[in-house]
Ligand binder design. Sequence first.
Ligand code: SF4
Ligand code: SF4
Length: 148
Amino acid sequence: MTLPVRTTRADSGHMEDPLKRLRALFEEISPLIEGYTSKVCPSCEDVCCKQKHAYYDSEDLVYVSALGLALPEYGDRGLEEPCEFLSVSGCSRPRWQRPFRCTWYFCEPLLRHMEEGPGRPYRRLVGLLQEIVELKGKLLGSDRRPRG
Ligand code: SF4
Ligand code: SF4
C-alpha cells in the first residue's frame, strides 16, 4: 500500500546536492514514521520486515553506489525469515541506508492509523515522501514511481 504521493519532476532550482538532501529528508521522515509504527507494529502478527526486504534492488544500488557506501555483510537467513537487521527496538540500520521499500511500504492498518490521526504530521509525512520520490527520480535520471 502506498501513500497519495504525486510523482512530478523535481524542481532543480533548490537541488544543490540531491544526496545530502535525500539523507536529510530520510532523517526528518524517520521519527514521523516511527511515531506511527511504534503504535501499530508492536501488536502485528505478521511483521513485514522479512529478510527478502533487506536486500537492495537495482535502484537502491545506484543510490548506495553514489553515496560510496559498502554493501552490508548479509547472513544466510531464508528470505521469509525475520530480517537480520530487525532488533527489539526496530530496524538497526539508519533509514537513509535502508532499501527504499523500507520507507515506502505502509500496510493497511498502519495507513489507517495514520489517516485517522492528526492531519498536520500526516501531511508533513506525505510531503517529505513526495520530495524523497522526486529526488530519487532525479538521482536515477527518471520520474519512475517506486514499487511498493
Ligand atoms: S508496518 Fe504493518 S505489516 Fe509491517 S510490522 Fe508494522 S503493522 Fe506489521
Ligand atoms: S526496515 Fe530494516 S529491519 Fe525492516 S526490512 Fe528494512 S532493513 Fe530489514
